[in-house]
Design a protein around this ligand. Structure first.
Ligand code: 5AD
Ligand code: SF4
Length: 455
């Protein structure tokens, strides 16, 4: 889920402007996991602000501490449990301070969680956020759990507390119906449901009025979007038609839902950017079949071919899992081969992690952790080589770069994104502001970014 790099892997503290007056209860919220979770956290903040809460970026100042969590791999859960026990110490200094766990892990682990983390006051799943004010009031009396999944909850009427940025992530659909054998998402986020197109467009208009230049439509399988007669390609066109929005992206699409209408829209609509995150998971047909992904490698490569002929400057990224149940050396070799054949611009690569409830959890874990580690290192190293080669091939090319702000490293430099969602770094000048689109020429490249000069 993501062009936002590292979204799944890294912990992101939700950056919401601090608001408070002395009488208001204060909430501190930390977000883990994918871009969907970051968007959900913005909805949670909007709901709590409406109920009279203020936000704080200092957990020690908070009356309510919330963690919005991810259940996609065991590692993600372990990190949250560690963080929870740290935060629980803050309750020692003020017993009435409430500690709550939100999101996918809440949904996944409910009962076990209360045992592992007995200091939790609240556990609430992704469809329970509308009830949070009441749940927090209940939690003042007794530990409270609400993990009801709701086939209709979309939060479409709630305008999220977006951070101030040139780019905003707007949820277009929630849940997933694909049930890939390894994946816990359909169990923790429930069935697929699309947000009414009119609500999405209204949200995007409001963002445009706040000088947001780029919108990323989000969904677990975002291109399965369907609201009444409106399919995803049409939604993209409606969003692109909003004045003031200069760039439109989306993540993550599922290969099986890449219709020709969508490909045409990407090719024809100038605001829709030439970048696609197209998760493949494995290069072996045998493993893809066991995963229940719904396509073969030859179908996937056919799709890549159609995309590249329609959108010649398209950048592609992917997700890869190594060490899935039954993955033999030749299956792994097929994954390496596929990576070379496609030549992805970047990839997110993971060791397979058995997840309770999933179909694959019945099959067991046939590849040792050490072997998964070796395979992971190998795919990462191959991807580094490919990314570097692809970026170096861009030397001398010019791109319109949407300026985001100061570069993390390097005084006096700014950073932005090319249409292909590559990070471009360039020297700051006083006249350039976030939200501007500048023309930049690539002078050198690493596997992860382009060094450019302005032209
Ligand atoms: N183990 C490892 N990786 C997983 N993903 C989803 N479930 C698992 C799992 N059980 C990866 C997939 C997916 C990405 C969001 O996370 O590659 O595309
Ligand atoms: Fe998980 Fe598959 Fe749904 Fe993606 S499409 S969220 S991998 S079940």
């Amino acid at each position: 889920m993501r062009p936002v790099r590292d979204a799944i892997r890294s912990m992101i503290t939700t950056m919401v402007a601090e608001t408070s007056s002395s009488s208001q209860p204060r909430v501190y919220l930390e977000t883990y996991g994918c871009q969907m979770n970051i968007a959900d956290s913005q909805t949670v903040i909007a709901i709590l602000r409406r109920a009279g809460y203020a936000t704080t970026e200092d957990a020690a100042q908070a009356d309510v501490i919330l963690l919005n969590t991810c259940a996609i791999r065991e590692h993600a859960e372990d990190r949250v449990l560690g963080r929870l026990s740290d935060l629980a110490r803050l309750k020692d200094t003020r017993a009435e301070r409430k500690l709550g766990l939100l999101g996918c892990m809440a949904q996944h682990n409910r009962a076990a969680l209360m045992k592992k983390a007995p200091w939790l006051d609240l556990v609430a799943g992704p469809d329970s956020y509308r009830r949070l004010p009441q749940l927090l009031a209940d939690a003042a009396l007794d530990p409270t759990v609400d993990v009801r999944l709701d086939r209709t909850e979309t939060y479409a009427d709630i305008s999220p507390a977006y951070e101030n940025s040139v780019r905003a992530y707007v949820t277009a659909m929630r849940g997933c119906d694909k049930f890939c054998a390894f994946c816990v998402v359909p169990y923790v986020r429930g069935r697929e449901r699309s947000i009414p197109a009119a609500d999405i467009v209204r949200e995007v208009q409001q963002l445009a009025a706040r000088e947001v230049k780029e919108v990323v439509l989000l969904g677990q399988t975002v291109n399965a979007y369907r609201y009444e007669q409106i399919r995803f390609g049409q939604l993209l066109r409606m969003v692109a038609a909003v004045d003031g929005i200069e760039r439109v992206r989306f993540t993550s699409p599922h290969p099986s839902d890449m219709t020709s209408d969508l490909i045409e829209t990407m090719a024809e609509e100038p605001k829709v950017q030439p970048y696609l995150h197209l998760p493949v998971q494995s290069g072996s047909d045998r493993i893809l079949c066991a995963m229940g992904r719904g396509y073969t490698i030859s179908q996937y490569l056919g799709l890549v071919g159609r995309l590249r002929s329609a959108i010649p400057d398209l950048a592609l990224s992917t997700d890869i899992i190594v060490g899935f149940h039954g993955e033999e050396e030749q299956d792994f070799a097929a994954t390496l081969g596929l990576m070379r054949t496609v030549g992805y611009d970047s990839a997110f690569m993971f060791k397979y992690s058995v997840r309770e409830h999933t179909r694959a959890s019945q099959l067991g874990d046939t590849v040792s952790d050490a072997e998964k580690g070796r395979r992971l290192r190998e795919v990462i190293s191959l991807q580094e080589t490919i990314s570097l080669e692809r970026n170096r091939a861009l030397l001398g090319s010019e791109y319109p770069v949407l300026v985001e702000g100061p570069a993390r490293r390097g005084e006096g430099r700014l950073v932005g994104k090319t249409p292909q969602f590559k990070t471009a770094v360039f020297p700051a000048t006083p006249s350039i502001r976030p939200g501007d689109i500048v023309r930049a020429r690539v002078t050198s490249a690493t596997a992860h970014s382009l060094v450019t000069t302005l032209v």
